[in-house]
Ligand binder design. Structure first.
Ligand SMILES: NC(=O)c1ccc[n+]([C@@H]2O[C@H](COP(=O)([O-])OP(=O)(O)OC[C@H]3O[C@@H](n4cnc5c(N)ncnc54)[C@H](O)[C@@H]3O)[C@@H](O)[C@H]2O)c1
Length: 320
């Protein structure tokens, strides 16, 4: 399997680290407009290959899209971080332009690849990539709420003093501020959350408070180190692995919807079967009326941003 990572910054390098340590990749291409940066990271990574647990992955640093010929998966982490005084629309505009420009270059050399979009706001950037390239919707995947869901599992696990892997739940909607968590889907060790808490004499989990803590978690990291890297890198690796070995894992990634839950042409995270063909199916969950209304409201909020960015950039907002 050949994988490309665009952007040799903190997240791109974190993803490479997971791929080299836990993955089985024959060729890994790290592309950055700053060639020296990509080279520095790759030369450093090459020194891990001599160690017994490493695989001898062919590593390519580059600033040339031709190096991505035939890539199976391309992760897009290139782009700007939000700066003080910038609005969400400013960042959406900058990174949507960069994302589309990159995706068009990638399309020329790897038209059958699956793209994983991480650059923020990842759902908006993924929207414009899906609508401005010929990649099918199933092959343009925003990392979406996989990281938010991992945060939820970790927060609940901490409350009940168990392994986060024994907590189940989803954060859905838009990665970041406009997301929601259906309480009916939260379980602990296979038991409904309320039942688990009652029988273990733990205060019940309030879904709204939980969601606030999930949203706050990213800000708290950002406030301290001005980026987030480890959780997102692990989340991207989780998605790559599902594709790489055709796991058909259900993950809360985001793709351009085509009528699911009554929503069309908006990129939102929903429980999605991820396998060798990318986002293979979106599962229909029995959301309550309130949850469905929340999802629709989130869709409207994301659409407003997409419309504004389309106005400013001239990028197409509908898929032909
Ligand atoms: N979706 C998420 O949950 C999530 C989490 C963390 C970060 N992010 C986003 O991921 C992106 C990267 O974050 P980071 O911390 O790695 O940033 P970073 O600044 O460390 O790295 C960005 C890299 O992209 C490169 N780059 C910029 N424009 C490029 C272009 N046109 N072509 C090639 N390379 C280009 C830069 O040279 C730099 O090396 C940001 O947009 C950030 O907001 C998303």
């Amino acid at each position: 399997m050949k994988i490309g990572v665009i952007g040799a910054g903190s997240v791109g390098v974190g993803v490479c680290n997971y791929l080299l340590t836990l993955g089985s990749v024959s060729e890994l291409v790290l592309l950055d407009k700053d060639l020296q940066r990509a080279e520095g990271e790759v030369f450093d990574f090459r020194h891990t290959a001599a160690l017994t647990f490493s695989k001898n992955t062919h590593l390519v640093p580059t600033d040339d899209y031709l190096s991505l010929i035939g890539a199976d998966i391309v992760v897009i982490t290139a782009g700007a971080q939000i700066k003080q005084g910038q609005t969400r629309i400013d960042l959406a505009e900058i990174n949507s332009r960069i994302g589309v420009q990159i995706a068009k270059e990638v399309e020329r050399v790897a038209p059958n690849a699956t793209l994983i979009v991480v650059s923020n706001p990842c759902d908006v950037v993924a929207h414009f990539i899906a609508t401005n390239t010929n990649y099918p919707r199933s092959r343009v995947i925003s990392s979406g709420c996989v990281i938010d869901t991992a945060r939820l599992m970790s927060i609940v696990a901490n409350r009940v003093n168990l392994d986060p892997k024994n907590v189940f739940g989803y954060v859905l909607g838009e990665h970041g501020s406009h997301c929601f968590t259906p309480k009916s889907l939260i379980s602990i060790a296979g038991q409904p959350a309320d039942y688990y808490c009652d029988t273990h004499h733990i205060e019940r989990i309030c879904a709204d408070e939980l969601l606030d803590s999930v949203k706050q978690a990213g800000y708290e990291i950002f406030r301290r180190k001005q980026n987030t890297t480890h959780g997102i890198s692990a989340s991207v690796f989780r998605i790559i692995q599902a594709i790489m070995i055709d796991e058909r894992s259900v993950l809360p990634v985001a793709t351009l919807l085509r009528g699911e839950y009554g929503l069309k042409d908006v990129v939102l995270s929903l429980p999605t079967v991820v396998g060798k063909n990318g986002a293979e199916a979106i599962l229909q969950h029995p959301f309550s009326e309130e949850e469905t209304a929340t999802l629709q409201m989130i869709a409207q909020q994301v659409n407003t941003v997409v419309e504004q960015v389309a106005d400013i950039t001239g990028l197409a907002m509908n898929k032909v």
